[in-house]
Design a protein around this ligand. Structure first.
Ligand SMILES: [Zn+2]
Length: 131
């Protein structure tokens, strides 16, 4: 299902094809990923219309336990967070270009950036670097 011009729901699903958290109904889950896709369109435009690849989208609690057990409340489990790679930009460059622009959570890792809309849940903006 196409969410926006350049982002498809398939890209947000986990390896098992799941995308709806147990505590959210399908309408809300869809609304959240549409909102995230719209903000990713803005990021894409801001980076000169470069392709953006989602490297990790939805995570079940079990996925999260396996991938990053240190984070108790992951936005990947709330349909509000993704890890991305932007073609032609290093994660450091993306972090610098978005830090004053992105409203939610923005993380810098060696291979990717984490972007989330935690502000949708009333949570404060966050920035972190894990290099
Ligand atoms: Zn992430």
């Amino acid at each position: 299902m196409q969410l926006t011009e350049n982002f498809n729901l398939e890209e947000f699903k986990n390896d098992g094809g799941l995308w709806i958290p147990a505590h959210i109904d399908e309408t809300e889950a869809h609304r959240r990923y549409t909102k995230l896709a719209e903000t990713l369109e803005n990021v894409r435009f801001r980076l000169g219309k470069t392709p953006i690849r989602i490297t990790s989208g939805h995570r079940t609690a079990e996925d999260q336990q396996r991938i990053n057990p240190g984070t108790l409340r992951s936005m990947h489990c709330e349909n509000l967070g993704v890890d991305i790679q932007a073609e032609g930009f290093s994660p450091s460059e993306v972090f610098i270009l978005l830090t004053n622009y992105w409203l939610g959570g923005l993380g810098l890792y060696t291979t990717h950036n984490h972007l989330d809309l935690r502000n949708e849940l009333g949570l404060a903006e966050a920035r972190w670097r894990k290099l």
